[in-house]
Ligand binder design. Sequence first.
Ligand code: TXA
Ligand code: MG
Length: 360
Amino acid sequence: MINTKRWHGESVEGLREAAETLRGGGLVAFPTETVYGLGADARSSSAVADIFEAKGRPSDNPLIVHIAHSKQLEELVLPYPQLAEKLMERFWPGPLTIVLPVRPGALSPLVTANLPTVGVRIPDHSVALQLLAQSGCPVAAPSANLSGRPSPTLASHVMEDLNGRIAGIIDGGATGVGLESTVVELEGEQAIRILRPGGVTEEALREAVPDAAVLSGSDCGSAEEQPRSPGMKYAHYAPHGELTVVQGLPDDVVRYIRRQVEDSQLRGEKTGVLAFTERFFDYEAELVLDLGSEQRLGEAAHRLYAALRRFDEAGIGRIWSESCSLEGIGEAWMNRIVKAAGGRIVCVSDSAALEGEAES
Ligand code: TXA
Ligand code: MG
């Protein structure tokens, strides 16, 4: 156990000490616009090894490198397509990680899990940017949670998982987006492949580069294939209770979840429901959490991980979650909730009925 220091995001002295800690090879958790990251000097193998150790993360899952300024790119990566530059101009700083060819020797090989590429981004958060600039090093940072747990959107979530395992944390309050960055790789100048949906939506990518094709998850081959983004194959974001995602027409979903909750309560289990405001009052479980309106999915993104952690705090054994549309940030939201459920998803309306709904 080490004594994990807490610095305030607005403290000049705190930021200076945090940057010095990073430079000295220590692990520092910091807020970004997506989720809290757990940072280490990406050039130092011993520092990066400590990240994997602290999180209990599998070593074949590469880390995203965070920089303060695109000028830092030159020393980290080899020449890349102009398409990447267009994306940087449009989305950096912001929740877009771009996978680029790594410059041999520039980073610890642990960062890239020995891949010939590295994912890079400039976060859109003043505390993160100040820390990155002051440390002067490229910072490898996965989400600051224990591997498999929901990502942290508050400093208290980081402390829950990593207190005593890391040198310090900068508390910058709640993160903005609430889901991780979108990870993309490029196929020459022609195509962008989304490896992980996230804060930058598929629609926004299409609009930014209308001449390029944008290939999304469903175009990325079968589930049995070696995933192109190694992290996507692991169980993720899971609450302790057994979570099931329910899809279908709203009335069918409510009826199904209500019945499941009743049966579960009869068995003496503590139940939870994750619902949109539109149907929040339709459920009577031990803990019903409100995702906000399904008309504003940004709110659901912002609230998801904290909600999953609250079910744990309340000792909920069985959880059911409503689903949302795959538009905009909805795609990333559904990606995360289905992963959190370990793939447990039930469809309670027949597909003809659902298509009818989509047309209306
Ligand atoms: O928003 C975010 O991206 C947060 C904040 C802290 O920046 N970070 C984050 O890191 O979510 P992590 O380690 O939890 O997820 C990184 C994802 C994994 O799915 C990993 O497999 C993928 O990015 N990735 C990293 N480097 C890659 C590479 N060279 N090629 C393909 N996928 C890569
Ligand atoms: Mg993560």
